[in-house]
Design a protein around this ligand. Structure first.
Ligand SMILES: Nc1ncnc2c1ncn2[C@@H]1O[C@H](COP(=O)(O)OP(=O)(O)OP(=O)(O)O)[C@@H](O)[C@H]1O
Ligand SMILES: [Mg+2]
Length: 148
């Protein structure tokens, strides 16, 4: 099953996207990228395997980052430099907070330096684990595998 439902929420407004497969996910990531700028934070929630890392991979590809984004579940945080400046951003910071218990643990990783930084676009998987570590202005993205 390759279908996913992605719901975006910002400032109380919602938008829902039905994604049929990885190809559509790539198109979705490329389109969303046009709306992003340095300092943006994307908070990705949703069950295990719902496609948060797969989306981040497509976003990274859209930024022309050569290094493949692997699931940072064991690494917790990866930072990828862009080949050139994009809407004020120079890098993508990918955080997987699945194994973290609090925002305090993110500090230990040195993530504060990146989250909300004007030259960084940050993607956080499992944001509910690290509440308070990023602004309320973050773009909330919920990933769902539709039940038939
Ligand atoms: N349309 C789609 N969107 C996203 N992922 C898809 C889609 N179709 C298939 N997949 C597959 O589903 C799997 C999603 O796994 P992924 O690691 O991205 O989930 P995750 O939400 O990051 O999980 P975790 O919470 O464990 O980090 C991948 O193998 C991906 O290739
Ligand atoms: Mg993941």
């Amino acid at each position: 099953m390759n279908k996913r439902i992605i719901t975006l929420k910002k400032y109380g407004a919602y938008a829902r996207f039905h994604i049929e497969d990885l190809k559509e996910l790539a198109v979705f990531a490329r389109e969303l990228l046009k709306q992003l700028k340095g300092g943006d934070v994307l908070a990705l929630s949703g069950e295990l395997g719902s496609g948060k890392t797969a989306f981040t991979k497509e976003l990274a590809k859209a930024f022309c980052i050569q290094k493949i984004v692997t699931s940072p579940t064991f690494v917790l945080m990866n930072v990828y430099a862009f080949s050139k400046k994009y809407h004020g951003a120079l890098r993508l910071c990918h955080i997987d907070a699945y194994r973290l218990k609090s925002a305090k643990e993110l500090e230990v990783l040195g993530a504060e330096e990146y989250i909300g930084d004007s030259a960084t676009i940050t993607v956080i998987e499992w944001p509910e684990r690290v509440k308070g570590s990023f602004s309320k202005d973050a773009l909330r993205m919920n990933f769902k595998i539709p039940k038939k």
